[in-house]
Design a protein around this ligand. Sequence first.
Ligand code: ADP
Length: 489
Amino acid sequence: MNNMDIFVGGQWQQGRGPEMQSRFPGDNQVIATLNSASLEDVEDAVIAADMAWRMPSWRNLPAHQRAAILYKVSRLIDENCEALTQLQTLDNGKPWAEARGLVMSAAATARYFAAVCEVSGGELPPRRQPELMTISTYQPIGVIAAITPWNSPIASDMQKIAPAIAAGNAVILKPAEATPLISLKLAELFEQAGLPSGLLSVLPGKGSIVGDALVRHPLVKKISFTGGTNTGRQLAHIAADKLITTSLELGGKSPTIVLSDADLDIAAHGVCYGIFSSMGQACIAGSRLFVAKDIYSSFMEKLTQLTRNLIIGDPRQERVHLGPLISPSHRDSVRNYVEQAVQQGGKIRIGGTAPADPVLQDGNYFLPTIIEGLNNQSTVCQEEIFGPVLVVMPFDDEDDLIQQANDSVYGLAAGIWTKDYTRAFKLADALDVGTVWVNTYKVFSISTPFGGFKESGIGREKGLESLKAYMQQKSLFLALNPQPNRWCE
Ligand code: ADP
């Protein structure tokens, strides 16, 4: 794919910024070349978006007709599932089955927000004076900047576009540099579904240039961001200066806990999936593992065996569990973390290097890695690696366990493996995280809110209430028996 167009204010056109490339992480070959958006493209997209969401034909469109567009998008995604899966795998190297799951989840997200917007209404607060009625309504915010990362692009894009459009806004999507293709394809499907021109733009390009210009634009009234905590913090500063709202879905260093009474087989499978699926390139990856001392060695034997059996290879092939990391520089970063762990006294139980298989030499592959012998203060327990690296620590005291599990700047998710649900509830209650999985891990539901505590984020995506994150509330006071106000006499 050469010189692909980008989507600016309803027009497919060449970006006016510098050339950029998308590469297949399995061999680093270029799969698409395009020109990124320029600052003029940002300006054009924002102006078009601001006009589009204010158009009476959109402002006055009943919710069920906005929903109809999203239902259509959902159908188009289903119909194009194979092609979208292929594109997603090429763009970011996710194994086929995972990429397919993301595509289906994007379709489900569009359907869900279509349904939510059809049934969401305002409120009639209880009357406190007999002569006064109040009504609370919800209106769109305006132009939304949606900024997404490369690790699950189609799902992250849709989690922002669908509620924003359902709520009556316009959206400008800035996808990650590494993965522009699926976002542009999504724009095509929205256009095909009949979304009025200007309501969606997709502006590929550098975060520090295109993303920065977008969020600083005075007509952008909300930032919806998924990505690293440092970037999120920068965006929050910009939003604070502009006095606009943000939704920030940021990093994680999630603890998973295996209690003595857990079904070790179920736990080992879940822990293995929780850290190594998506090559650990997931904000919710279960990257710190606490295992009860009395079952430590038997559990670790199982986990190591499962890890050894994982198939690493070309993500386009069926039955591959682990594909490549997103880029050579990201693989270097993962390798550096592993080296640092060893310098700090960590012992590699398995993995720790790139695979030796000559077939995989051109890609950014890295073996699933388990490290033991460190404590929770070590760098690899405190910093997000975003790779297939699990650090394991034994525990014997539950209070100490809770203290260690919570000893992190992050608070995104946690996993608990036990047959005792009373213990699980107590532990879940004590963990400072936004999502707790019990006897399962890394499963999602679009109807269940998701987001982080602490530096893992602000706000929640998914769930009924998340539509309102893209709306502003307006209150109406209606006098039922109007009388002159005698104050000024
Ligand atoms: P990751 O480590 O997952 O790449 P980043 O936070 O760097 O996380 O990137 C997530 C998204 O944020 C990407 O689309 C990236 O281009 C964008 N981004 C990065 N820096 C900025 C910035 N200063 N302003 C706006 N967007 C940015």
